[in-house]
Design a protein around this ligand. Structure first.
Ligand SMILES: Nc1nc2c(ncn2[C@@H]2O[C@H](COP(=O)(O)OP(=O)(O)O)[C@@H](O)[C@H]2O)c(=O)[nH]1
Ligand SMILES: [Mg+2]
Length: 365
C-alpha cells in the first residue's frame, strides 16, 4: 500500500522534522510506502532549507506557492496535484493530528466510504489540551453552521484520507481559507466515514487561525450554501445587499438635504451611490461565481436593472392601489408588495444580463 501525505504549512519550521519522523515510524510499522508533501506558502522561516535537508534521508517534498495571497486550501490542492499516489492523506503540520492514526484512516477508506475523516467529535474522539471557552464555542458554532450542508460530527477537521480519483476536478472547486475538507465533501458529494482521533495541542509555532480566516470561513460557507441550495440563497443574498443599499440611499438622501439640497434633487441623486453600492456588493458576493466582467459596462447594466426594478416597484404600487380591492384600503401593504415585485424584477435582470453566466466576446478584456 502507498500513500501521499499532504500537509499545508505556514511557518512550521519547528514542527517539520518531528512530523516527518513520526510519520516515518508510523508508516514503517504499518508497512505503507509513503511520501510527505509540504504545501508551503512561502514561509521564509527556514522551512524550505530544512525540508531540503530532510529530503536527503526521507521521502519529503517541498512545494512553495509564491506571489499569491496565502491560502491553505489552494496549497492543499497544489499538493494533491503533485502527489505521486492516488491514495491521499491531508493533515496539519503542527502535530495536532497524530501521524500514528494515518493507518486507521487508510483502513477506513474504501467500501462505501469515499472519505475517511479524522473526527474529534465522533464517539471516542478527544481533544487533548485546554481549549478556551471561546475556542470551543467557536468550533461548535462553525460545525453547527455546516449542518445543512453535511451530516457528520466534525466536518471542520483537516485530517482525512481520500482517493484522488474520487475527487471533483479542480475547476469545480472554489474554496477559500482553511476548510478544504468541507469543500471536498460537499462539492464532491463524498460519503464520509468518521474515525475518532486524539487531537493534540499544537507543539511548536503558533496558530494562523485569525479573525480574517473566520471571515473567510463565512464566505466559504456562503459559496457552499449557494452551491447546495442555489436560487433561494442567491435571492437572500441579493435581498440582504439591497437592504444595505437602502441604508446608503437614505443616508445620502438625508445628508444632501442637510447640505441644503431640495428633497426631490436629493432623492434623484441618492439613487446612484446606492446603485453603485449594490452593484459592487453583488459582484463581490451574490454573483462572485460568475465570470469577471469589465466594471463600467457591468455597472451600466446594473443601473439599468435597478431602474427596471424601481419602475416595477412604483408601477405595481400604483396598479395595486388603484385596481386591486384589498390593496386600495391598505397602501402600506401595496408598498411592501411593490418592493417585493420590484426587487424580483431587479434580480431577474441582474441574474440574466448583468452578472452573465458566460462572457460574451464583446465584453472581453
Ligand atoms: N500553505 C498554508 N498553510 C497554512 C496556512 N495557514 C495555516 N496553514 C497550515 O495549516 C495547518 C493548520 O493551521 P493552524 O494555524 O494550526 O490552524 P488551527 O489548527 O486552526 O489553529 C498548519 O499546518 C499550518 O501551518 C496558509 O495560509 N497556507
Ligand atoms: Mg493547529
Amino acid at each position: 500500500m502507498s500513500v501521499s501525505i499532504v500537509a499545508p504549512t505556514y511557518r512550521e519550521a519547528d514542527n517539520i522534522q518531528p512530523l516527518a519522523e513520526r510519520i516515518r515510524t508510523a508508516m514503517e510499522a504499518a508497512q505503507v510506502d509513503w511520501e510527505l508533501i509540504l504545501a508551503d506558502d512561502d514561509s521564509g522561516d527556514g522551512s524550505e532549507e530544512l525540508a531540503r535537508e530532510l529530503s536527503g534521508s526521507l521521502p519529503v517534498r517541498f512545494h512553495v506557492r509564491r506571489d499569491r495571497p496565502r491560502d491553505l486550501s489552494q496549497s492543499v490542492l497544489d499538493g494533491i496535484r503533485l502527489a505521486r499516489f492516488d491514495r491521499l492523506v491531508v493533515m496539519d503540520a503542527d502535530l495536532s493530528h497524530p501521524p500514528e492514526q494515518i493507518p486507521e484512516l487508510l483502513a477506513a477508506l474504501g467500501g462505501d466510504a469515499e472519505m475517511a475523516l479524522g473526527s474529534r467529535y465522533a464517539p471516542g474522539g478527544r481533544i487533548d489540551g485546554a481549549w478556551s471557552r471561546y475556542r470551543t464555542l467557536n468550533s461548535r458554532v462553525a460545525t453547527w453552521l455546516t449542518r445543512p450542508l453535511i451530516r457528520c460530527a466534525d466536518p471542520m477537521s483537516g485530517f482525512f484520507a481520500v482517493d484522488r480519483r474520487r475527487l471533483p476536478e479542480a475547476d469545480e472547486l472554489a474554496p477559500v481559507g482553511f476548510k478544504i475538507g468541507l469543500e471536498l465533501m460537499v462539492r464532491g458529494g463524498l460519503r464520509v466515514r468518521e474515525v475518532p482521533i486524539r487531537f493534540d495541542e499544537r507543539r511548536g509555532g503558533s496558530s494562523k487561525l485569525t479573525s480574517h480566516q473566520q471571515l473567510a470561513f463565512l464566505r466559504h460557507l456562503f459559496r457552499l450554501y449557494r452551491y447546495r441550495f442555489g436560487l433561494p440563497v442567491r435571492l437572500l443574498s441579493f435581498g440582504a445587499v439591497g437592504a444595505t443599499g437602502l441604508i446608503v440611499d437614505t443616508a445620502v438622501y438625508l445628508g444632501l438635504q442637510a447640505a441644503g439640497l431640495g428633497h426631490l434633487l436629493a432623492r434623484f441623486l441618492s439613487f446612484w451611490p446606492a446603485v453603485t453600492w449594490n452593484w459592487r456588493l453583488n459582484r463581490m458576493l451574490t454573483f462572485d461565481d460568475r465570470p469577471p466582467a469589465r466594471a463600467v459596462g457591468q455597472w451600466t447594466r446594473f443601473a439599468f436593472a435597478s431602474t427596471v426594478g424601481l419602475a416595477t416597484n412604483v408601477g405595481s404600487y400604483a396598479a395595486l392601489t388603484s385596481l386591486v380591492e384589498p390593496f386600495k384600503a391598505r397602501p402600506l401593504l401595496a408598498l411592501f408588495a411593490g418592493v417585493a415585485i420590484g426587487s424580483a424584477a431587479n434580480f431577474a435582470v441582474a441574474n440574466r444580463f448583468v452578472y452573465r453566466r458566460r462572457r460574451p466576446a464583446a465584453d472581453d478584456e
